[in-house]
Design a protein around this ligand. Structure first.
Ligand SMILES: [Mn+2]
Length: 378
């Protein structure tokens, strides 16, 4: 380093706004009884109307709300926006809230077509608002995000985080390890990239390094990392050797090319449930081919199709013990076609359908409703 020292330190402790972004407004609970709150006046409206919440669910703001309503899945936004390439990933949560495009809001009785299971009917869900983000620093955002995710998980609700860039995987998984124990949570990680880089231009946590940090800190063992969809020009030989040393179970697109998707899906399902009772699903939208998901910071051709990805997402919900989910790297600002928020919405719905199937006891491998899959076949 030949730089001369900077004239001032990074942070000014005398600035009264230094923690403003992470200090909640006073008395969130107010005088209302704890529980879920509907923020819309009418039960039936187009998604273009009303106040947008994730899947038009009611909102909750405190752990007392979650406990009082016995919430099973709490969706929350975490708009980290530092390392997703082109900026705009911070708008991912807002895009998803606004994008239940083809369905009326606050409505149930519309089951998933292929399983006939209605996740919105089966699950007690809410929008838990957004995590505090220091929009000048990934590092300073880690603990507030981790605290909010832990707060949800401690009530027994499943945190379902909408990002935001993939640096989120670190606070999200660390929070679940806080609740379930170090080494007790496995991760199924869908991504074009391995996100376990040893290098990050000096930064310990970027969207390219959360996996490396989680393993180094002992939150997850390499053996309990199942990666699906890798391709492109990472990792380099040194990092790939490290992944093999750590016992990663990774699945490059080369494996799909050689053995087919069904083979990879079977292996991923089997590996996901091996060695741990608690599973975290980390879905980087760039695992999909850019034809289906161009709205992301680091698109990589030759990815999965929705027809491949959706059943595996659903199966992980139905056939494994998910304790948390994140969907990351959705950047609506670089996709004027809106196809990326649409496909992200459907990814969320596939996962929720699987979770609802499990709650109903439908856990047989790759269940599809007979009336959907076998109609007219004798
Ligand atoms: Mn990623």
């Amino acid at each position: 380093m030949t730089d001369q020292p900077t004239d001032f330190p990074e942070l000014n402790p005398d600035d009264p706004t230094i923690d403003m972004w992470r200090t909640p407004i006073e008395n969130l609970q107010g005088n209302r009884p704890p529980g879920l709150m509907n923020v819309n006046r009418y039960p039936f409206a187009l998604a273009s109307h009303g106040i947008a919440t994730f899947l038009s669910r009611p909102i909750a703001l405190t752990p007392a709300d979650l406990r009082a309503a016995q919430v099973e899945v709490a969706m929350l936004g975490a708009g980290l926006d530092f390392s997703g390439g082109l900026r705009g990933t911070g708008y991912g949560p807002r895009a998803l809230r606004a994008f239940d495009m083809y369905l009326p809001s606050v409505t149930t009785g519309l089951p998933h077509a292929h399983t006939r299971v209605d996740a919105l009917e089966e699950l007690v869900m809410c929008d838990y608002g957004d995590a505090a983000i220091d929009f000048e620093s990934t590092h300073r955002s880690i603990e507030p995000i981790r605290g909010l995710v832990r707060e949800v998980a401690e009530t027994g609700a499943m945190p379902f985080v909408i990002g935001g860039d993939h640096a989120l995987m670190y606070p999200d998984v660390a929070a679940l390890a806080d609740v379930y124990g170090k080494g007790k949570v496995g991760v199924v990680h869908f991504d074009a990239h391995y996100d376990a880089a040893r290098l990050g231009i000096g930064h310990n946590l970027t969207h390219g390094t959360p996996v490396r940090r989680l393993i180094e800190q002992g939150y997850v063992s390499g053996h309990n990392f199942v990666q699906v969809g890798l391709r492109g020009y990472w990792p380099d030989d040194e990092d790939l050797a490290w992944m093999r040393d750590q016992g990663f179970r990774y699945h490059f697109m080369a494996e799909v090319e050689r053995h087919g998707w069904e083979h990879v899906m079977q292996r991923a399902i089997a590996e996901a449930s091996e060695g741990t009772d608690h599973l975290y699903l980390s879905l980087d939208i760039d695992v999909l081919d850019p034809a289906y998901a161009p709205g992301t910071g680091t698109p990589e051709p030759n990815g999965l199709t929705p027809r491949e990805l959706f059943p595996l997402l659903r199966r992980l919900g139905a056939e494994t013990n998910l304790v948390g989910v994140e969907l990351v790297e959705l950047n609506p600002l670089v996709d004027p076609t809106y196809v990326t928020p649409l496909v992200a919405n459907r990814c969320v719905r596939e996962i929720l359908t699987g979770i609802a199937m499990r709650k109903k006891g439908i856990t047989e491998p790759h269940y599809l409703a007979p009336e959907a899959v076998d109609h007219g076949q004798g």
